[in-house]
Structures are given as C-alpha cells and as structure tokens.
Write a protein that binds this ligand. Structure first.
Ligand SMILES: [Zn+2]
Length: 235
C-alpha cells in the first residue's frame, strides 16, 4: 500500500491509500485534491474514511461519493450525515492493499476515531495527535483526550503518524518555549523548518519521534497534561 499526503484547504492533510489501481482516502475536507489524484493516477475511489465531524475533514465526502459511488465510513454517534457504515472501536475495514482497525480516540471531539494498520505501521489520527502536539479540547475534556493519547502511546514505536494538520512548527515553537534546553526539540524544529521551506510536508513522523519531542504525548500525569494543554491554548 502506498500512502500519499494531499495538502488541502489552509493546513489540512487528506491521505490517499493506494494499491492495484484502487484508492481510499482519509478525511477529504474538500474534493479537489482527491479528484486531481484520481485523474492523474487513473485510480478508482473505493472508500472514504472519516475521523470526526469537523467540516475541514468531511466536506469533500458527499461530492466524491456522488461522483464515484464510493462508500463513506465514519464514527458511530458522530452525527456525520450520509455514512454508509458506522464504525466503532475495535472494528476493521478493508482498504486497498490491507485493512484498518478503528480505534476510539475521543477528546478533541466527544466522538473521534483513528484508523490503524499494524501491517503498514501507520496511524491516521485526525485531530487527536499532531506533529509535536495534540488536538484542542473542543467538545470533551482533558481526561478523555489524555486516555486517548495513552492508547496511542502503546502502539509500536515505528508507527508512522499521519495527522490531520500541518501544525508541526507551531507546536515545536511552543515546545521550545516550554523546554528551551531540549536538544531533540531544537533539532526537530530545524528539520521541520527546512522541510517547509522546500514545500514538503513534515508528516508522517513516527511514534518514537513523538515520544522524544511531543510534550503532550510524553506528559506523565493527567494533571501535567491538562496544565500543558491549557498553556498551549493561551500561547
Ligand atoms: Zn477537528
């Protein structure tokens, strides 16, 4: 399976999973980048996977479904209209070249799924975990997001993290403000800036890299995590 990030809207990523002329996409917030990919590579769109109900992750689903007849899959209880299948924690879904396991990762919103492939060492985590950061708590609470991050921490360190937004530099600048003497954070910030200057995405990172430099993922208590999240909100 080939995984291609498609930059979309201001700073979103749609992910295309491609094998044998078929494709699935995760979180199409707008149809245009997916339409261009399907044309350019002559791919058939089979499935759209949605992580959560925010418009910048779902607005491309209905037009792409109308054009291609693909099925749309998303979290049960999310209120997203037009789902062909509602997924719950622990359920699996076939995608081109493999399958994905749904992991409930609420906390950004009360209902949020991530999609994981052990075989591909890949996690599509929407707005739960970002490069060096985590999602804002919009419709839930710190304890819920903390629990979701604990679940992601337990995945294999080589897992590649395909997150919903290009927020890595902002998150690393905050991390450096928190830990000005942390060499791993300084080094990752240099790398991320160089990456963006040449127009490349900073995603995917790996879980191992996040464990070194993501203060939210590294936080060792709920209280420390909640305080950190509150400081980032005010930053
Ligand atoms: Zn969101």
């Amino acid at each position: 399976m080939e995984i291609e990030p498609l930059p979309a809207l201001d700073d979103n990523y749609i992910y295309a999973l491609i094998a044998n002329g078929d494709a699935a996409v995760v979180d199409p917030g707008t149809p245009a980048p997916v339409e261009a990919l399907l044309r350019r590579r002559s791919l058939r769109l089979q499935t759209i996977l949605l992580t959560h109900a925010h418009g910048d992750h779902i607005m491309g689903a209905a037009p792409l479904r109308a054009q291609t007849g693909c099925s749309v899959v998303g979290p049960a209880g999310s209120g997203i209209p037009g789902l062909d299948r509602e997924m719950r924690d622990g359920e699996r879904i076939a995608v081109p070249g493999g399958e994905l396991l749904a992991l409930a990762t609420p906390g950004h919103l009360a209902v949020h799924l991530s999609y994981y492939s052990a075989a591909q060492a890949a996690l599509f985590c929407g707005d739960t975990l970002f490069g060096a950061g985590c999602g804002r708590i919009i419709q839930s609470n710190a304890a819920t997001l903390w629990q979701s991050l604990q679940k992601l921490r337990a995945l294999p360190p080589a897992t590649r993290i395909y997150c919903g937004h290009e927020y890595t530099i902002d998150n690393l600048e905050f991390a450096q403000h928190e830990e000005p003497k942390n060499a791993a954070i300084a080094e990752r910030l240099d790398q991320a800036r160089a990456c963006r200057e040449r127009g490349a995405p900073t995603v995917p990172s790996t879980l191992a890299e996040e464990m070194r430099t993501n203060l939210f993922l590294r936080a060792e208590s709920l209280a420390a995590f909640a305080a950190l999240r509150a400081r980032k909100d005010q930053w």
